[in-house]
Design a protein around this ligand. Structure first.
Ligand code: TYD
Length: 140
């Protein structure tokens, strides 16, 4: 049955930029710009250019990744196909919901990635092994 993971998806959304001669501002509001209650925010910075972060999946977590400074790439894998998303605009959000394998890499030295999440941190929600991730689809 595919139904368990049928809500697994990823998508891009651009947030509104309020710009004037002072600079720019982007506001992000729960349940307006983000389609879930935001229970957690964390950010990744001072990342080495040659390393990968992420490299895991969650079954039900919803997240929005925004690279507010610098740039990075995100590989997303829904169990069928893989796609690479460039995050290099501070108003570009990558929404990930459900069983999606993700890897963050190619960080610029000034990269800051903010992640908004629908749940509190719980290390037991992680699928850290790619084979285990693939196995989830075989059981459908
Ligand atoms: P980790 O999951 O390895 O980060 P990434 O997904 O970017 O590879 O997390 C690094 C450390 O931070 C690890 O000790 C767990 C901790 N952590 C929290 O305490 N809260 C959080 O919300 C997250 C994402 C990680």
């Amino acid at each position: 049955m595919k139904s368990d993971y049928s809500i697994s998806s990823y998508s891009i959304k651009f947030f509104k930029v309020h710009g004037d001669d002072r600079g720019c501002l982007t506001a992000i509001e729960q349940n307006r710009d983000i389609p879930f209650d935001i229970k957690r925010m964390y950010y990744i910075f001072n990342t080495q250019s040659k390393i990968k972060r992420g490299c895991h999946a969650h079954k039900t977590l919803k997240q929005c990744l925004i690279c507010v400074s610098g740039s990075c790439k995100v590989l997303v894998d829904d169990g069928v196909e893989r796609q690479t998303i460039d995050l290099s605009q501070p108003n570009k959000g990558l929404f990930i919901e459900g069983l999606i394998w993700r890897e963050l890499y190619d960080f610029s030295a000034d990269a800051v990635v903010i992640v908004l999440a629908s749940e509190l941190y719980e290390d037991t929600s992680y699928i850290n092994c790619y084979d285990e991730f693939r196995q989830c689809f075989k059981n459908e």
